[in-house]
Design a protein around this ligand. Structure first.
Ligand SMILES: [Zn+2]
Length: 159
């Protein structure tokens, strides 16, 4: 998906309530796996089966304050990755790095639809639970985007 499409999609969601958005799409949130069920460093995953059921599984080691951003990130995978009726398994995506970045970008723009100017952006991000490193990474990637409209629009945030 192009950057501008991800941004527009994130900005035009019908709600800012991640739990409502997930519920409307029948995406369950599960905390019933153990830490050993996840890859090293993996905090959550979203998996779908052939019947079209999709669920997000959260690693029990995740701190409560970080859960909501993680759900936005996983929801970002769901909203930005086209996967037809076959099994959806974002965890084993062949294009993992790009998809991770796109999910983060979706989450950032869903949580902050209108970017304030620097340095306020970092305060705004903190207030809605976006990790500092992730915001930094998203801003950096935007500054390198092949779409000059995106680069110019966000040139305030070049790092
Ligand atoms: Zn991810």
């Amino acid at each position: 998906m192009k950057t501008i499409e991800i941004i527009h999609k994130a900005q035009s969601l019908e709600s800012k309530d991640i739990f409502l958005l997930l519920a409307k799409r029948h995406i369950g949130v599960h905390f019933n796996l153990s830490e050993a069920d996840f890859e090293k460093g993996q905090k959550a995953l979203i998996i779908g089966d052939r019947q079209g059921n999709t669920g997000i599984f959260v690693n029990p080691s995740v701190k409560p304050k970080d859960v909501e951003f993680l759900l936005w990130h996983e929801f970002g995978h769901y909203e930005t990755e086209d996967s037809p009726t076959l099994q959806r398994n974002f965890m084993f995506s062949s294009d993992r790095t790009r998809h991770e970045y796109e999910a983060n970008m979706f989450a950032v723009f869903a949580l902050i639809p209108e970017f304030p100017v620097q340095p306020t952006i970092f305060h705004a991000a903190k207030a809605v639970g976006i990790p500092y490193d992730i915001l930094n990474d998203v801003l950096f990637k935007i500054s390198e985007d092949p779409d000059s409209y995106v680069r110019n629009y966000f040139s305030l945030y070049y790092l």
